[in-house]
Design a protein around this ligand. Sequence first.
Ligand code: KMH
Ligand code: ZN
Length: 284
Amino acid sequence: SRFLDRPATTLITVAPTGAEQRKDEVPQLPTTPEEIAAEAAACEAVGAAMVHIHVRDAAHEPTLDLPRVREVVAAVRESSSLVVQLSTGGSVHDPMPERLRVLDAEPDSCSLTLGTVNFGDDVFMNPWGFVVELFRESRDRGIVPEFEVFDLGQLTTLRRLLDREGLPAGGRVHVDLVMGVPGGMPGTTDALVACVAAMPEQVTSWSATGIGRSHLPVLAASLSAGGHLRVGMEDTVVWGRGPDGPVPVASNADLVARAAGVATTLQRPPMDVAGARELLGLPA
Ligand code: KMH
Ligand code: ZN
């Protein structure tokens, strides 16, 4: 069974910032280059091996401004040895040409979403032409894509993409299931199992993240089914239920540490950065 040959270790990716949470509502959200770099280092210390980065401007708003993106990449490379993945999703308001241009900041990896999806009241645009262009641009530059899947049919798009274009940079195919977005697939074990069954043969590894309240159920399901993990304040700012109501997440490192603890309990301790680089087909 594809569920029984579970990897011996767990790649933990941290997504510390995202484009949706507001600094004035969540002051502990890392938004400045210094804060993101410090959070990256703290997360590496407790088990993360990759960081999925969204950049904010001086007013803490999402930006794809290239000098700012380069500044954050440099700061994270200085503070940590994490695999650096830049978001090409940006925010729902970002134009596609600017989303492509973040590749100029030379990350190790980039996110690549496989289809358009409703995103709360907004639309996250990823038409086929953009998917192909981003795939080719990343391959030409040796940047390893992480294929983001928000809904089951996007795995069919991945199959079509790989059948037509061949393998991405690095020669591996790593998928991340983003579950529980209002407009995408639900963050349930059923949906996760359906995705695992629908993965194209070329897929070599996959992770999952549950948005909001699906965070913990998806974490448990992914570990159980042989998947890796993404955690972070991009996806969850609520730690859990407390006696007096929801408890806020205090830091990304807390989320990584909890994920690492569960993974270790399930005999799949965190993968180190060298392991992550090998998994993704990045040079040692
Ligand atoms: N902020 C979302 C609209 C990605 O990073 O590639 C898109 C997103 C996916 O977060
Ligand atoms: Zn993102």
